[in-house]
Design a protein around this ligand. Sequence first.
Ligand SMILES: O=C(O)[C@H](O)COP(=O)(O)O
Length: 414
Amino acid sequence: MYACDIMSDVANKILLIVLDGASDRPVEGRTPLSEADKPNLDALAYGGINGIMDTVGPGIRPGSDTSHLAILGYDPYKYYTGRGPFEAAGVGIDVKGGDIAFRVNFATVENGVVIDRRAGRISDTDGLAKAINEEVKVPGIEVIFKRSTGHRGALVLRGRGLSAAISDTDPKKEGLPIKECHALDDTPEAKRTAEAVNSISRQVLSLLDGMPENLERKRQGLPPGNAILIRGAGEVPHIPPFQERYGLKGAVIAAAGLIIGIGKMCGLEHIPVGSMEVEASGSSARAKMKKALETLETHDFVLVNIKGADEAGHDGDFEKKKSFLEATDAAFKDVLKLKDVLVIVTVDHSTPVSIKDHSADPVPIMMHGPGIRIDDVASYNELVAYKGGLHRIRGMDVMPIALDLINRTKKFGA
Ligand SMILES: O=C(O)[C@H](O)COP(=O)(O)O
């Protein structure tokens, strides 16, 4: 019998860490997570409760956008209006009602065919973005373009009579031509917006190829960023602020513009850390985690997104993904020492190296902190997590479970 006066720590804050795209499908029975040497993440799993999670739903292949909305407790079927507005918010464009916003990739095109959707993961796009902003014109429509992380960018069309009911120009695969943008309904607004997008796509094609940055890239044998691929049209969503919804003062720490944008649109305070570039090594992850622990001094909830494993997944590189996860593990050393914090480590979607894209394979989730019913899982990975006490949950379950573990839920019933 324990003396009832034993006081265990009680968690009153939440640290939610998303290892973007980290989980995978087995390659000869192994995954980058299962093979990575990650003593700190494994210690958290060993001392916590584990499970697998369908971030949106079984068999639903999520983007980082819909999955983060679900994990934050915002039903994507209700609040998601397209990727564009979040990408735009993430790079500081103040998207207004009536604006149509898009995600954009700098890409490499030859004879009209996309040969690299990411222009060799080009990173220095400042000059290219400036040229697009200054040179590309559409009568009666303001064209706003800003670069984002790496090969990414955000485009906003501002004017009367626009619509998000239009298709993408991104073929999503190499070896295919840039797609014509089409109206997805027969409204004049959709037709006008599609025409504007096609005009922008054509203008950029003739603008970028001869720019000094691209001539230099070609000289170095690198793929030029001579085109833009446009996708994820959307209008600004109306999202109830996080603090009103949960009574928690929240913050977001991320390199990816998309995640920064989702956090800001949900009312989380963006805490900048280092460069906008996606972590190439563990050092950036360690800097984010250090800043997160500092931020917990002034906030009740901190979302940290660490993106590097996802890029390795998209590149189909098992060893690069495994090495990145190993380098990131050191960032979790101090997380183990937290006393009054509920730590949640999860993944927004699997990005299997075998398909170089997202999949619906459920992701591993682990919760660690005071009051947790510790299970027998001893390693953090998608192959064993199902054996844990969380079993199989959905993204929308995370916040209710977390709020209860920090004693912030209201009783259902008398
Ligand atoms: O990294 C991202 O922005 C997305 O997860 C993948 O987008 P991409 O395939 O266009 O790079």
